[in-house]
Design a protein around this ligand. Sequence first.
Ligand SMILES: Cc1cc2nc3c(=O)[nH]c(=O)nc-3n(C[C@H](O)[C@H](O)[C@H](O)COP(=O)(O)OP(=O)(O)OC[C@H]3O[C@@H](n4cnc5c(N)ncnc54)[C@H](O)[C@@H]3O)c2cc1C
Length: 264
Amino acid sequence: MYDFAYHKPTSIADAVKLLQADPEAKPIAGGHTLIPALKHRLNRPSALVDLSGIAELKGIRREGDTIVIGAMTRHVEVATNPEVAAAIPALSRMAGSIGDTQVRNRGTMGGSLANNDPAADYPAAVLALGGTLVTNARQIAADDFFQGMFTTALEPAELLVAIRLPVPLKCGYAKMKNPASRYSMAGVFVAKGPAGVRVAVNGAGPGVFRVAAMEQALAANWSPDAVAGISIPADGLNSDIHASAEYRAHLVTVMAKRAVADAG
Ligand SMILES: Cc1cc2nc3c(=O)[nH]c(=O)nc-3n(C[C@H](O)[C@H](O)[C@H](O)COP(=O)(O)OP(=O)(O)OC[C@H]3O[C@@H](n4cnc5c(N)ncnc54)[C@H](O)[C@@H]3O)c2cc1C
């Protein structure tokens, strides 16, 4: 580690001011990704703007047919919140499957989405549910927010404030976990909701992506059998010590079947 300034603002406006004043400053949420990055000197911000003192960024509420989750809401809160369990049960189960107890007690939904790790769970849920990412400056549709490996539509000094998720009629999630970290080697979130049927995949590629062929098949026939014969090409998928691209392509079909079964 090395020296850096530390700020703990109590409002979104003050946090944004601090970030705008210093282009080398970075926001910190749960720190589960950022602190290891600092330790490995992969990232050397001049200042950390700690978001944990900002009450406006926390909490979960239902507004009509939408679940609104503050960016600083921790995984454990998403996993145990009764409104989420009733409205988007697969999201509760997903949050409960992230990492281990320590990770779920510190990591935040906003930190995970802003980081956009290809193997992270939430991007698939937010994309499949047709969610909206609310920042201090604008609202960004999930289809426009995720822009590839560790890349999002967020501008420098722009803060993710909340995530708005339309309540689906049905939703399900299945992932093949990396046995050490519990990150997804391939995971599929399926949802049938106001935006139609949407299928989003994490872990398999360099970023979260939708599978149009599976969406069309499920729109015609919502059953695991509808996706059983649909395979995605291995070209461009991740290949590493954990799994080859071909195996990940195979997993996408298997996880899609399980996700539809999970949705019921
Ligand atoms: C051992 C281990 C296992 C894990 N397993 C899983 C897993 O199974 N599934 C999974 O999905 N994740 C997993 N994670 C990741 C973890 O769940 C966190 O979600 C992730 O580390 C990022 O969230 P954070 O709150 O810790 O963010 P931080 O580390 O604090 O921040 C991450 C990045 O986002 C930026 N940022 C944070 N909040 C905001 C905001 N509101 N607006 C703009 N930018 C922001 C920061 O500047 C930083 O660049 C694991 C992590 C560890 C250490």
